[in-house]
Design a binder for this molecule. Structure first.
Ligand code: SAH
Length: 476
């Protein structure tokens, strides 16, 4: 059941409560607080409800349910202990298209009453659709603690000033920035101390100052390999503050889902080998938006400084006088190794690790093969799958043992992760056989065999044909 949340304005509107016991009394109290005109239909009333009826705060329909009670009602609440009566009320409400809440009966209800954190005029409502009311209540208790009581007064103050704020800052982006600065400023603590006039003055001051145009900036953010849990807190903050996000295709949907909702997202779709947007176009986009005073996040897969051309991008920004920051990310080599259970260095098998790229002929041609072919080191190869045959041939030609284990990690850290293992002799053939697709990372070296004993994430690794199996016990 998917519910459509809404906040109803009940002031002056008629609401029927069927049931005059303690539960009904509670419901009536809430409805009166919202300004509803409440009729209680019941043969009996609690003493308090009787008082209210005498004082004219509610109307009492004395007796047993009749369809006529529904006349003029916008909403109905059924709060008796009689399921048969509830069913009866449900049928009548349904026929008249009046929304009904049956207390503690999700199936018979056409609206639900949420657990509420009241910071009027700010209201936070939580509903489990009647499925787990206790959970909703517990969450409510936690939020009660988290949400400063003063946000209510703040909302009231801002409501008073809203017209002026809008007039002064017609631009949505600048207005949002003003509110962000407001929230991190002294206004809340002034309100907490009851210094309303000072609080208002501080909003006023901020509003004056906000006229000064703000310089745009660019944050180069490493989005990691895909699992959004691998983002840094700083990356998350930058994503939440961004006006514009320029992201590579490699960046996962899970990460983008965490970004500020109304940020403009532009996919610059740069993947190895497929330069949909050229580097120059990316530079031009960063410049255009930053010059317009926007906060730009340049979001790149993995880490921006590992085969990510991050260096070129900040050099360009520096040359154009645009402020920048860099937020590192978990690079594919670290993530793929971790999520495949392959320690990149290991006391017994590998004393060093090299990150290399074999994305195109250019990068392959300039590699120092003799150095790469040495044993007791791990190679993490950011690869274009087309270059695997060259890589295999060169390493073998320069003396790396044909039996050296490899692991190809495709879609590392993502739900669809695949790990293919084998030995250097069969590297290109296995990649072709298993149709390994981008993004994939090659880990080559003795440690790659550990994937079989240490794997913990996703599907177990696929072995070409019984590769040498190292285990930690053997390693010890
Ligand atoms: N800056 C990025 C690398 C960009 S180059 C980083 O630090 O990770 C792109 C290459 O990274 C891909 O071709 C692939 O080899 C590797 N890669 C990126 N994400 C990956 C992932 N989730 N799984 C496997 N390889 C990945």
């Amino acid at each position: 059941m998917k519910l459509y949340p809404l906040f109803a304005d009940l002031s002056g509107r008629q609401v029927l409560v069927v049931g005059g016991g303690v539960v009904g009394e509670r419901k009536v109290a809430g409805l009166l607080e919202a300004g509803a005109r409440v009729t209680v239909g019941s043969p009996e009333l609690t003493p308090l409800l009787r008082d209210w009826a005498r004082q004219g705060r509610i109307i009492w329909q004395e007796g047993f349910f009749s369809d006529a009670w529904l006349d003029g009602a916008w909403l109905v609440v059924a709060a008796t202990d009689d399921p048969k009566l509830h069913e009866h009320v449900r049928a009548h409400a349904e026929a008249r298209q009046v929304f009904l809440n049956v207390v503690d009966d999700a199936d018979r209800s056409s609206f639900h009453v949420p657990a509420v954190i009241d910071r009027s005029p700010l209201t936070i409502a939580i509903s489990s659709g009647g499925h787990a009311p206790m959970l909703a209540r517990l969450l409510r208790e936690r939020l009660e603690v988290l949400v400063d009581p003063v946000v209510g007064s703040l909302a009231t103050l801002l409501a008073e000033m809203r017209g002026r704020i809008r007039a002064r800052l017609p631009d949505l982006t600048r207005r949002r920035r003003f509110y962000e600065r407001l929230l991190s400023g002294p206004v809340q603590s002034l309100l907490r101390r009851g210094q309303h006039a000072l609080a208002e003055a501080s909003v006023e001051r901020l509003l004056e100052a906000s006229d000064l145009p703000r310089a745009g900036s660019v944050v180069l953010v490493g989005a990691g390999p895909g699992d959004a849990g691998l983002l840094t807190l700083r990356a998350l903050r930058a994503l939440n503050e961004a006006d514009v996000i320029l992201h590579d295709r490699l960046v996962s949907g899970a990460v983008l889902a965490l970004a500020r909702r109304d940020a403009e997202r532009i996919e610059v779709a740069k993947q190895a080998g497929q330069h949909h947007a050229t580097q120059e176009q990316i530079h031009a986009l960063m410049l255009e938006h930053a010059a317009a005073g926007k906060r730009v996040v340049r979001l790149k897969g993995g880490d921006p400084f590992i085969f990510g051309r991050g260096g070129e991008e900040i050099a360009f920004l520096r040359d154009h006088g645009i402020a920048y920051e860099v937020v590192p990310g978990i690079t594919a080599a670290l993530a793929c190794a971790a999520y495949a259970g392959i320690p990149l260095t290991h006391r017994d098998y590998a004393q060093s690790v090299r990150l290399i790229t074999a994305h195109c002929r250019n990068s392959v041609d300039t590699l120092d093969w003799a150095a790469l072919a040495q044993d007791r080191q791990t190679l993490a190869v950011y690869m274009g799958s087309s270059e695997l045959a060259t890589l295999q041939a060169q390493l073998l030609a320069h003396g790396r043992a044909a039996s050296t284990p490899f692991a190809l990690v495709e879609n590392g850290s993502r739900p669809e992760q695949r790990v293919i293992t084998g030995t250097l002799a069969e590297l290109a053939a296995q990649a072709a056989l298993h149709e390994v697709r981008s993004p994939a990372l090659l880990i080559l070296g003795e440690v790659a065999a550990l994937a079989h004993s240490l794997a913990w994430f996703g599907r177990p690794p696929v072995a070409a044909d019984a590769p040498p199996r190292l285990t930690l016990t053997e390693a010890a």
